[in-house]
Design a protein around this ligand. Sequence first.
Ligand SMILES: Nc1ncnc2c1ncn2[C@@H]1O[C@H](COP(=O)(O)OP(=O)(O)OP(=O)(O)O)[C@@H](O)[C@H]1O
Ligand SMILES: [Mg+2]
Length: 326
Amino acid sequence: MSSLEDLFSKRLIVVMGKGGVGRTSIAAALATSLSRMGRRTLLYQASAKEKLSQLLGGPRVGEQLEEVRENLWAVNTNPGAALHEYGLMILRYETIYRMVFENRVTKSLLRAIPGLDDYSIIGKMWWHATQEEEDGSLRWDTVVFDAPATGHALTMFKIPSAILEAVPDGPLTRDAVRVRRLLEDPDQTSVVLVTLAEEMPTNEAIELHDRLHTDLHMHPACLVVNQLYPDRFTAHTGPARVLSALLSGGEEVARDSVLSQVLPAARTIYLRRELNERYLARAREKIKLPEVHVPLLLVPSLGNEEVDAIARIIEEQTVPMARRMA
Ligand SMILES: Nc1ncnc2c1ncn2[C@@H]1O[C@H](COP(=O)(O)OP(=O)(O)OP(=O)(O)O)[C@@H](O)[C@H]1O
Ligand SMILES: [Mg+2]
């Protein structure tokens, strides 16, 4: 099995990248693929702007788990809700939870613990990823975490280690050991890096890739390069030759009413793709990972059909035909 195909058998997939590069869209597409392959999948978000109803064409997704498609569930938690669930899990009863957690002193104490908000988010993620049914089988085959943007994600995933360094052995460290073990285990957890082939996102992806190894000891499976411009004008074949002939066509082309309107758009696409190629090469030089290329879809905003299309594009580049058809 190739390392990429292997991605689809992980228990936890963490989608990371710079803000705005398409983490949520790619996470939704990956979760769609997984569910279509018959894996019970949970798409996990925290404090995210509600977009999944549009992306997946299902119900709005909030603090409660929602079934959005066959085999696909989603939740958009937040630190308050995650901590509430955790508190209830340990204390078992809502009234006792209120007495302890809603107590003024406890509340201000909790607020003073650095990183607690983020820890509650990865704690809940870990809980879902390891949650068992009564018969001992796992509740979810895969949890896909639409992680926060780079800087925030790096601090968030560092917290289990920070707890282990700072807190004496006890219940808190016992859980932190378990969370870290799951995150660092390449058989169970993979990171999917998302980027655009542009300057800032590529630089950030390169740094994130380094930090995953050095700081977090987590394992990236692939680099998804999103929103690539079409390359129909860059190949040294027919269309490219036609375009360069037209671009250097001078007066005659400028006078042609149709060509003079189409050419600027073609030229923009050509130049954007050229820029994409430059940053693809830079990413390739620094990040030794299989690449998955996702085109820029020319629609005002992504919906259900586009997410399905992206899911298929990802599958075509990762999963062999035989398994896709199974
Ligand atoms: N392949 C694509 N083609 C066209 N538009 C895309 C593509 N991927 C993402 N987009 C658009 O880019 C924008 C950002 O995408 P998305 O919300 O998935 O990014 P994000 O990394 O999750 O952002 P944030 O940091 O705000 O959470 C959205 O408007 C989305 O519709
Ligand atoms: Mg997002």
